[in-house]
Ligand binder design. Sequence first.
Ligand code: UDP
Ligand code: MG
Length: 313
Amino acid sequence: MDTLYLVVPCYNEEEVLMETSKRLIVKVSDLIKKETISEKSKIVFVDDGSKDKTWQIIESLHKENGLISGIKLSRNRGHQNALLAGLMTAKEHADMVISLDADLQDDIDAIDKFIEEYYKGNDVVYGVRSSRETDTFFKRNTALGFYKFMTALGVDIVNNHADYRLMSKRALEGLASYREINLFLRGIVPLIGYKSSVVTYERAERFAGESKYPLKKMLAFAFDGITSFSIKPIRLITSLGFTIFVLSLFTLAYSLIAKFTGNTVSGWTSIVSSIWLLGGIQLLALGIIGEYIGKIYTEVKDRPRYIIDKFIN
Ligand code: UDP
Ligand code: MG
């Protein structure tokens, strides 16, 4: 029997913590009783620098019940960093770790299926939302567009998967070798590799409290995801520059013809052709410089170049 840790990032979640911990304790005790997971399994709440009573609640929960652990970050570092802190701490003690939100929007009954998939030999199990009925029209469509856009940019991302997933100890060790600061976990996890599978679930509504992801944070997160995983936008500048350069040759020819057929004002030809030619050359040059910046960017991220799955010796 393997040990499971649940990692739950919490930011100002005093309204949901009691109920969430109650439900999670029932779940984990049940799994321990069924001998699906070991009795060393735990629920880890990560307090992401909350300003309300979140930490006090975690502390008292821990005193009442041995299943509950807590991590308190020194200040608010954002969902992804809080999650990473929890995952990296949990991997020292657990064989598998499942991350989920404090508001229980992710159906906790899917946990059984996650573990089943883990025992089938999967190192990563992605929780995927089967429908987005509980999301607003706006959120549903922007999210859909975002996943499509990411795929178009060549980023390997699991559609409709947020941060509800199971990772094995060695998958987490793989994750630890990604040293980047701008975290976009759902983009990094597929890069780790190993055998993975998908479990679908219905996403519920937040049962209490408000979303800690206002539109502004959501947009920043999406932008982070794009710029951390794709240098295609830079390539776009290069091709635009090239296209304008080619067009400028036609404009040059056209303005010369216009000049010699005599229907231009003096000075027009030189101005028009230099605008196009220079514009094209400048964009092209920017794109080329961008290519090098893109290279520096990927080097600086210092991502692992490989992770070994098996070694037969
Ligand atoms: N969260 C966090 N730090 C933050 C913002 C959010 O740890 O700075 C946590 C939050 O407590 C919750 C999870 O991240 O457990 C997801 O947030 P939320 O449910 O508000 O996002 P939504 O479901 O609305 O996208
Ligand atoms: Mg939520």
